[in-house]
Design a protein around this ligand. Structure first.
Ligand SMILES: NC(=O)c1ccno1
Length: 242
């Protein structure tokens, strides 16, 4: 099953890293199809204008609906898709979002610049297809391109055949609701710091317990909100003892 991903942007070159390394190999292996489109291909004026000043005044510029409408109509003509618009004003993009989108046949990402895209673009497409305005975090970028790369990577790594070791996608941070704990590899001692004994004990129950304790400790310290969000039965008695 392949996923078709299309990205519309005024900076197509910004998306070039998606063709590198793991994601590049997934594209070459035919697990993912990626199309990057230059929004300005759908302008008709000599200046290739994609934005204009905002009604109601205020700073910055807003991206014009006509250009986006022609671009998205053209890209969506290939078939139904979920339309994703990265914006700081969006719902949070989480691992759960990535899991859900990994099941989609087609994702189309609209990269807004400036103060965003005229709201009627989202409103007109939301009438006939799933449209998600999503944020990758509480900070403002110059445009949606970097957010799209974050989301594409989070989704594509979950597709069957992309990761060499699929189990690791399941055991990610967040998959059990906790942050992942510390990891170690050779040498046993490095700059006076030793690998925790238990990890070399061969006692798998003790190792699992230690790892869970470190995950709980780290989550409590860094993301108490995740602990509060855990379902009631997620923590067993040994966890609570921690
Ligand atoms: N926080 C975000 O997802 C974002 C998208 C564009 N600018 O910021």
């Amino acid at each position: 099953r392949r996923v078709r991903i299309d990205v519309v942007t005024i900076f197509p070159g910004y998306l070039a890293p998606l063709r590198e390394a793991l994601l590049g190999r997934a594209i070459e292996a035919g697990l993912v199809e990626l199309g990057v489109h230059d929004l300005r291909d759908w302008t008709h004026d000599v200046h290739q204008a994609v934005d204009d000043s905002p009604y109601g005044g205020g700073p910055g510029m807003v991206m014009r609906p006509q250009v986006w409408g022609e671009a998205l109509d053209a890209v969506l003509a290939a078939g139904p898709a979920r339309l994703v618009v990265p914006t700081p004003a969006g719902r949070p993009f989480t691992q759960a979002t990535a899991q859900a989108w990994a099941g989609e046949e087609r994702l189309v990402f609209a990269c807004g610049r400036y103060e965003g895209i005229d709201q009627r673009v989202v409103d007109s497409y939301a009438a006939r297809m799933p449209v998600d305005e999503v944020s990758i975090g509480d900070y403002v970028l110059v445009g949606g391109e970097v957010a799209v790369m974050v989301m594409v990577e989070a989704v594509v790594r979950l597709l069957p055949g992309v990761l060499g070791n699929p189990v690791s996608a399941q055991e990610d941070s967040f998959s059990d609701g906790l942050l992942e704990g510390p990891a170690y590899t050779r040498p046993v001692s490095w700059r006076g710091l030793d690998v925790p004994e238990v990890l070399r004990s061969g006692n798998h129950a003790a190792i699992a317990r230690w790892r869970r304790d470190r995950a709980l400790e780290r989550t409590a310290a860094r993301r108490p909100d995740l602990l509060d969000a855990l379902p009631e039965d997620a923590l067993d008695r040994a966890d609570r003892a921690f």
